[in-house]
Design a protein around this ligand. Structure first.
Ligand code: A2P
Length: 280
């Protein structure tokens, strides 16, 4: 019997499951099959983005899976080229069209792209789209403390979520403290660390051995105990199942610290520093 997935409350009063399913870089039929399988296995939070070019496939999976719409939480993300107010409004309508939905549960500004300087305008658009009911919760991704403070200052609305790169090699102590202070829910992209996943490091492998679970499950459990919402991707049903089965065991405080100690200042997977890395 799988454990029930707990929910985390957001600052707007809505909730999200404590773990979700990431869809990058799945596309086409492979994406449809993976998302249908993930929902069948029990995932209820599905994470896509305009720039993943798979919103149509995700939409197809949502229709095929047979789970009622209101039981699902669907996240998408606004690309950098759509930050201007009117473009952002059109972009969200287009995402809804591709997904075949009449509302999104969560929409995030994908990257702040500070040299463009339009992320605050994009945020205003999301605030208005939320008021209109097209997006239930609004948030951001890859925002630094400065970017967060700027949008809060300008609109008085605090993002409900900031989805950031977070894995054992880059545990984001400082941003998690910022989120704690501001009441922003952390979500983790690349929660395992992709090809750098430290699956054989003793800090991960030893607790896996002690608990009779896999190293990937230890890393995802570490994410949950940090308070973040990880969105692991896998195209393999067996791994999807494994990655969701992380509610029946617990890491000790020492084990948590040892995993966090794998972090390095240069631990980002591809140098995605939001002050300089930009995506359109
Ligand atoms: P696959 O899709 O073949 O399962 P991240 O979530 O950090 O972005 O990592 C995703 C990568 O990790 C994918 O390449 C995925 O491969 C692999 N992966 C996902 N779950 C597991 C797991 N439980 N054990 C090992 N590798 C995994």
């Amino acid at each position: 019997m799988p454990h029930e997935i707990p929910h985390r409350e957001l600052n707007d009063g809505t909730t999200l499951p404590a773990i979700g399913f990431g869809t990058y870089p799945l596309k086409g039929d492979e994406c449809v099959a993976a998302v249908v399988s993930a929902i069948e296995i029990g995932y209820r939070l599905i994470d896509t983005a305009v720039n993943y070019e798979n919103e149509e496939a995700v939409g197809e999976a949502l229709r095929r899976c047979g789970v009622p719409r209101e039981e699902l939480r669907v996240t998408s993300k606004l690309p950098g080229r759509h930050h201007a107010y009117d473009d952002a409004v059109v972009s969200v309508h287009e995402s809804l069209g591709r997904l075949g939905l009449d509302y999104l549960d969560l929409h995030l500004i994908h990257w702040p792209n500070p040299s463009q300087g339009l992320y605050a305008e994009a945020w205003r658009a999301l605030v208005d789209l939320q008021e209109q009911g097209l997006v239930r919760s609004i948030g951001v991704s890859n925002f630094t403390e400065d970017h967060l403070l700027r949008v809060v200052d300008l609109t008085g609305v605090t993002p409900s979520v900031n989805q950031i790169e977070l894995h054992p090699l880059f545990p984001q102590r400082q941003m998690r403290a910022v989120h704690e202070r501001l009441g922003v829910q952390t979500e983790s992209w690349s929660p395992l660390g992709k090809r750098e996943a430290p699956l054989t490091e003793p800090a991960v492998a030893q607790p896996a051995e002690r608990l009779g679970v896999t190293p990937a499950q230890v890393i995802l459990r570490w994410q949950l105990q940090l308070g973040s919402i990880p969105v692991p991707k896998s195209k393999t049903p067996e791994r999807q199942r494994q990655n969701l089965d992380v509610f029946g065991f617990e890491l000790t405080l020492d084990e948590m610290e040892e995993i966090s100690a794998l972090g390095r200042p240069d631990g980002r997977l591809f140098g995605g520093d939001p002050d300089v890395h930009e995506e359109m």
